[in-house]
Design a protein around this ligand. Structure first.
Ligand code: NAD
Length: 297
């Protein structure tokens, strides 16, 4: 059921997740925290995959007190370092009997040029490559946990640009907006490609735009923009509202036939033509594997 309020499309359902396990990256703030809170309220075992353990602990306490669900754990994950991603996955593969929902939510937007520990441009490295590797390392467990879902928090920013396949790490030139747009385009393409690969396995994959959300994501923007996001509330969402499409994709029953789809305001939406280009998506897949040193057909 949707509330058709002009901007927020709050979605509600009674769906329960008792006995299910959900991993949410970047769950200590913003959309990720509200997603974790909602899934905890539905009874899921929550793994908060966070870089900042202090802030994660505060968020965990808040979520547990609010929902009464004490089955919420924090595991360290820094998506800008493949060693951290591998260490996280090793712990999950050892500790967790199942992973029914993986939410690739963490992200960084329009930051000054910097590189991850492995030399990838930061936005591509965290938003796309980090989650690509994480999904790869958890996929066997996710498949064994089917029915399962992988939800990729992308953005309408995927329409801002195409992929720069000849300079994917923006080493020749860097435009903060285009690099963010590219990383989000990679998110949508990854979700589409993965959904195709996982047909018949019981694992569904979705990507989505959460809306323009009043979160910390804007920290690298000019102060005027940060203020505008907060002031023009009619055009923007609270983090609770911004989490609704993620929760919808993770929880709504009967969505499996839409696997590979892109969502906005808790409904299927059209992604850009570039995002539906299967040939480029295949090249992106190969480049991602090469950069990460993995074989994933
Ligand atoms: N806020 C918006 O308007 C908006 C719009 C479209 C898409 N999105 C997407 O929504 C997602 C969540 O963003 P948000 O708005 O809640 O912002 P946020 O800044 O509140 O949350 C981002 C989270 O990612 C985590 N993160 C960043 N770098 C990380 C790293 N290297 N390793 C692990 N975690 C890391 C942060 O710690 C934080 O918890 C992002 O993927 C973002 O691109 C947001």
């Amino acid at each position: 059921m949707k509330c058709r309020n002009v901007c927020c499309y709050r979605w509600s359902s009674e769906e329960r997740l008792d006995g299910k396990t959900a991993i949410i990256t970047g769950a200590n703030t913003g959309i990720g925290k509200e997603t974790a809170r909602d899934l905890a309220r539905r009874g899921a075992h929550i793994v908060m995959a966070c870089r900042d353990l202090e802030r994660a602990e505060e968020a965990r306490t808040d979520i547990m007190e609010d929902t009464g669900n004490e089955n919420v754990v924090i595991r360290k994950l820094d998506l800008s370092d493949t060693k951290s991603i591998r260490a996280f996955a090793e712990i999950i593969n050892k500790e967790e009997k199942q992973v029914n929902i993986l939410i690739n939510n963490a992200g960084v937007m329009m930051c000054p040029y910097s590189k991850t520990a492995d030399g990838f441009e930061m936005q591509l490295g965290v938003n796309h490559l980090g989650h690509f590797l994480l999904t790869y390392l958890l996929l066997d467990l996710i498949k064994r946990s089917a029915p399962a879902r992988i939800v990729v928090v992308a953005s309408v920013a995927h329409t801002w640009t195409g992929l720069r396949l000849d300079d994917i790490n923006s080493e020749r030139s860097y435009d903060t907006m285009k690099a963010y747009g590219q990383s989000k385009l990679a998110n949508v393409m990854f979700a589409r490609s993965l959904a195709k690969q996982l047909q018949g396995t019981g694992v569904s994959v979705f990507s989505l735009h959460p809306g323009v959300v009043q979160s910390d994501l804007w920290r690298h923007q000019h102060q005027c923009i940060q203020v505008a996001v907060k002031i023009f509330r009619i055009f923007t969402k609270t983090t609770l509202e911004g989490a609704q499409t993620t929760i919808f994709c993770a929880v709504e029953s009967g969505l499996e036939s839409e696997s590979g789809g892109y969502f906005s305001d808790c409904a299927p939406a059209r992604c850009s033509r570039a995002a539906s280009d299967d040939e480029t998506a295949q090249k992106l897949w190969e480049i991602s594997c090469n950069l990460l040193g993995i074989t994933w057909q």
